[in-house]
Design a protein around this ligand. Structure first.
Ligand SMILES: [Mn+2]
Length: 378
């Protein structure tokens, strides 16, 4: 039996105020092309369908279209709600849609019924566990000791009463201990949302969502497929992909199919002069990328964002790497202002802002300017 594992679509997401709508629409179409080539029996979507609990209308339309396109291909779709989703809104209409092959995780109520599929080797049960916190599980099992996220998932799994003589797949959205994070996930305060991978023992494959870089968690069959698109600059080196899982007799076969966005996300570094040089930017493959530009100029370039966007239209984020930003020293001994000359105060202010004193030329210029102003004031 063949599955395609997806997660963290984050439909409706904006990255540094850039709408990802066109990228998401295109990547879903690309996923459908892969589905046509692979002809899987089912598609597993492990949470964070939307970026917000109340998603924008265009994101809902996009997902509706995607679900319709999937089930038109006569396969089963399993959708679990993630921490960014509203479990009630994801669950809406689920009992009616199940008949059409769209399985939406119900709001967690202490019991999880699997959906079973069969092939030449027997039965495969698919369990959908929506994103849960300890409090969600505790209210249904007062006799169980549920303190941590590991406890919560362990108890939820225990009460699934899984028949481990058959093959079983779990679709879930949690942070498994040891997985390496990026900047576009929502991190819980104190990082206490860890789930120990041991709670998944016995499953043939655990299709995880939540972590945005594709990776396995110790064992090959416990896996994050990652986001289909890069949603933060900490992911610029990721190769985004979808995961294909084939379950036959023994261990599942797991492989990835790379996904290519319309615009990649990357970083450019250099001085303003260097990176605006026509020789540098002509035919530059990164020109259309979603960019973080790191300027190495010692002084802020006036209207740098506006001017750089004329060349790099998808510039998302600009920062400086220079003496001022590298050091964050405080100037010691800043004393009472009234005892100081205007020049001394300005020199101090300049040094605080730039982590370096004025050059002799700048000092000379400021001294003359202040003199002129003070003369006029008299
Ligand atoms: Mn996510």
């Amino acid at each position: 039996m063949k599955f395609i594992h997806l997660s963290d679509l984050h439909l409706g997401k904006r990255v540094h105020e850039f709408s990802m709508y066109d990228e998401q629409k295109a990547i879903l179409e690309q996923i459908l092309t892969v589905v046509d080539g692979e002809t899987p029996d089912a598609v597993l979507i492990a949470g964070d369908i939307y970026d917000k609990t109340v998603p924008p209308a265009e994101a809902v339309r996009l997902f509706d279209e995607f679900l319709f396109d999937l089930v038109s291909r006569r396969l089963q779709v399993f959708v679990v709600s993630g921490n960014h989703d509203s479990p009630e809104r994801i669950a809406f209409g689920g009992r009616m849609m199940a008949g059409a092959g769209i399985h939406l995780s119900p709001v967690y109520d202490g019991s999880i019924q699997p959906f079973s599929m069969t092939d030449a080797y027997g039965t495969v049960n698919i369990y959908m566990l929506p994103f849960i916190k300890p409090s969600h599980v505790r209210r249904y099992f007062e006799d169980e000791d549920i303190v941590t996220y590991t406890d919560a998932v362990r108890v939820a799994v225990k009460h699934m009463n899984v028949n481990f003589r058959e093959r079983n797949i779990l679709v879930a959205h949690q942070f498994v201990t040891g997985a390496s994070r990026s900047d576009s996930e929502e991190i819980s305060v104190g990082g206490s949302d860890n789930v120990n991978a041991s709670v998944f023992e016995g499953f043939d494959y655990v299709a995880l969502g939540h972590i945005h870089s594709p990776q396995t968690c110790g064992a090959k069959h416990i896996r994050y497929c990652g986001t289909p698109l890069k949603y933060s600059f900490s992911e610029i080196r990721d190769v985004k992909s979808l995961t294909v899982v084939e379950i036959g007799e023994g261990d599942p076969l797991v492989r990835t199919v790379p996904l290519t966005p319309i615009h990649d996300m990357s970083e450019i570094r250099g001085s303003f002069e260097e990176i605006t040089d026509p020789l540098y930017c002509e035919n530059h493959s990164q020109r259309d990328h979603y960019l973080r530009i790191v300027l190495t100029d010692e002084y802020d370039v006036p209207d740098a964002v506006g001017r750089l966007r004329l060349i790099y239209p998808n510039l998302m984020y600009l920062e400086y790497d220079n003496a001022r930003t590298r050091k964050n020293n405080r100037i010691a001994g800043a004393s009472r202002a009234e005892n100081k000359s205007v020049f001394a105060l300005f020199a101090e202010f300049y040094e605080l802002r730039n982590n370096a004193p004025m050059s002799p030329e700048q000092s000379e210029y400021m001294r003359a300017l202040i003199e002129t102003v003070e003369e006029k004031a008299l």
